[in-house]
Ligand binder design. Structure first.
Ligand code: FE2
Length: 353
């Protein structure tokens, strides 16, 4: 069965819709068309950032049309004339447990799709971009030159995994949000990275709003629907819990640091494949959906599969809700910290498995 994805609104309509529906700034919700024109006159050229996350190329598996889907996503993104493409991680799939050769092949395919000119590309590392940590399945010894995050550095890296990127009117801080845990991973920052973050925040130019790029979310409501489980029925102290890999395990100190700084306007994340926005403590936390949507199958189908899986695992009370359609989020960032945004679907058709 083939399904059509709706096309993006024309740019003029995007601006109008986003300005009326978005809240990035106090002003955005209240602005009518004439006030919007005034704002546009004040800021004639906002910075256009496209957040593309969770591509999940599946070349080594059955593909599900993933390569064509990613190519369509970038073609559409580039037609929107971004200044910056902020890649939120998870270009690949299951790299933590797959043979190196499979992952190298897929990484080269992605490298052939990423734009090489006309736009600034910033890449954050996702848990699916790290090779071999699950040694019992990947066959890695840990001594290979491309083991772990070196794999990401080799194919997608730009120096430090966490770093500051000057975007002109805004500052971007890229986080390395995936940390090792046994043979797997957990979300969060180690102490050295948290110290770095605090230093960057306190030394940042107060005139420039800050946008954060993290793979694993600091805060996410969609995550509660997707990753939580209920504790044992006879344990009255333990209710809803979530795995270590779901969100930053140090979310309290990170959210507190953003609030204390006062000019962290946008916090981007991927990982959960939901399209959401949470405004709290002076920052807007936006999950960027996913380029692959629900791993390249219709989101309702994925929700049914995930719910069935939970039933098999002995969680009959759980309903897994649909995630995102394949897409990415387009931002227009204004120098005064306001922003407009919209989750945009690109033209693509699901492939029958
Ligand atoms: Fe992820």
């Amino acid at each position: 069965m083939l399904m059509s994805i709706p096309h993006l609104l024309p740019r003029r309509q995007f601006i109008k819709t986003a300005a009326l529906g978005a809240g990035g700034g106090l002003a955005a919700q209240a602005l009518g068309p004439s006030a919007l024109s005034a704002a546009a006159a004040e800021n004639p050229r906002p910075l256009r950032v496209i957040h593309m996350t969770d591509h999940h190329l599946m070349d080594f598996m059955n593909q599900r049309g993933s390569q064509a889907g990613i190519e369509a996503a970038y073609a559409h993104a580039m037609s929107l004339k971004p200044d910056v493409i902020a890649n939120g991680g998870d270009f690949l799939t299951h790299s933590i447990e797959r043979p190196l050769a499979d992952m190298q092949k897929d990484a080269k395919i992605i490298n052939g799709i990423l734009p090489t000119s006309g736009v600034q590309v910033v890449n954050a590392c996702g848990n699916h971009d790290i090779w071999g940590w699950k040694k019992s399945k990947s066959g890695a010894t840990g001594r290979e030159p491309l083991f772990g995050k070196n794999f990401f550095r080799e194919y997608f890296g730009e120096g430090a995994l966490y770093r500051r990127v000057d975007l002109g009117t805004w500052t971007m801080l890229v986080l390395d949000s995936v940390q090792p845990w046994e043979e797997g991973y957990q979300g969060g920052l180690d102490d050295a990275q948290f110290e770095w973050l605090q230093g960057e925040l306190s030394a940042s130019d107060p005139a420039k709003p800050i946008i954060i790029l993290s793979h694993v979310p600091v805060l996410s409501a969609g995550l509660m629907l997707q990753d939580t489980r209920l504790g044992p029925p006879d344990d009255h102290a333990r209710g809803v819990t979530m795995p270590k890999g779901s969100c930053h395990q140090d979310l309290w100190r990170v959210a507190d640091a953003f609030w204390r700084h006062g000019n962290v306007k946008v916090v981007l994340s991927g990982h959960v494949h939901v399209d959401e926005r949470i405004d709290v403590l002076g920052s807007s936390y936006l999950s960027g959906g996913a380029v692959c949507g629900s791993w390249w199958i219709p989101r309702e189908q994925m929700a049914i599969r995930a719910t069935r899986r939970e039933r098999k695992m002995g969680n009959p009370h759980l309903i897994r809700t649909p995630r995102a359609d394949p897409g990415f989020r387009v931002f227009d960032l204004y120098p005064d910290g306001r922003f407009d945004h919209e989750y945009v679907l690109f033209p693509w058709e699901f492939v029958r498995e």
